[in-house]
Design a protein around this ligand. Sequence first.
Ligand code: PMP
Length: 463
Amino acid sequence: MDGTFNENDLSRVVEADRAHIWHHLIQHKPFESTDPRIIVEGKGIHVWDQKGKEHLDCVSGGVWTVNVGYGRERIAKAVYNQLVKMNYFAGSAGSIPGAMFAERLIAKMPGLSRVYYMNSGSEANEKAFKMVRQIAHKRYGGKKHKILYRDRDYHGTTIGCLSAGGQDERNAQYGPFAPGFVRVPHCLEYRRHEQDGAPVENYGEWAADQIEEVILREGPETVGALCLEPVTAGGGVITPPEGYWQRVQEICKKYDILLHIDEVVCGVGRTGTWFGYQQYGIQPDMVTMAKGVASGYAAIACLVTTEEVFDMFKDDASDPMNYFRDISTFGGCTAGPAAALENLAIIEEENLLDNTNAMGARLMDNLAALADKHAVIGDVRGKGLFCGAELVKDRETREAVDEALVQKVVADCMGQGVIIGATNRSVPGKNNTLCFSPALIATADNIDQMTDAVDQALTRVFG
Ligand code: PMP
């Protein structure tokens, strides 16, 4: 390796990748004997790998990110124009695209009014946690500092976020964790039989009441915030049960607990509304978002708060310590908001929320038809273009299928040129939920191709 290679010589790229890249989310030993997959090009909902093979991307860039699809020249041009004019300035200064995007975003989020920029979902959540801690110090002598998070939810990769991480298998080996994070039970109705005392009727309210029990156990005066995903993503595409969110909101109000919604996956159209929480008629105090904000054309994440939260950090200007003592170096990159402005305009101009609802309904219908045919599908769940199919050995016991078989289904689809996801753990430690989250531009043909591929794969793997 001499470091000089023609980027068009893809065998050299593969060699360089194999020699030097530490890939995310993979055990490298078995990977050494196969070629790494290099994604070379993307257009619309399709991507091409180094062998020139075309794939229908049903996971929006792997992890629910490329909401408006690939190859959007208008986003690239807007970023280019912004970068040659003013690429970066950090600290207390603002920027033109930063201000303009904040105004456009806030117009979609009634009741919220302040946007804080950074560059990843984990960072956004960390900053929300820090705000909660600072409010606890300012207002409550440090007491109201605990942050509740939910079993199965994921909020990011840092030690702080893993401390609020509800997927034990992801956390194992990274402790010790930060104190002051307390877990509440999940709300996956399909698996209520695994929860002691869970009723058949009114499960949603019961699941929310479990949160109240934790608050009472911990002492409401010690609990500062509740952080939840609107629809749990990596934890198994968990759509909340009927009645859940209304009750959660009531509980937060009752005990003066800030409601922090993690929209890193659901945000910016994925579920068919601008934000996932808007499906459930609730009013959060803090919202974090990342992936779909600029569809991966630039790294940008936002923490959006109410004016009330913002005001708590400026109420005593004579105290030099009385402001949010935080910075994000790359929160000063203007590429992010410049890309985000175009991304948002595309969703509006192309009516992608309507498309998400129509195509999401089609996807759910197709998955329901697959469940009629394949007994291995125990449950299908979803909101908008964010759907999952949970695979079980037996519909009675609901025992998860072996992960190796799920991976065979994914590999079979890949062989058919269809990329689906299966990093979704409805059952601790088991990736047994297939995930479908194509770009919001998906057509009926794309949806049908996706589910046809799964149909064939399930037949080959499970008979
Ligand atoms: N929250 C949720 C719900 C996520 O799914 C993720 C990432 N998959 C994160 C936070 C962390 O985002 P990032 O990887 O950008 O740090």
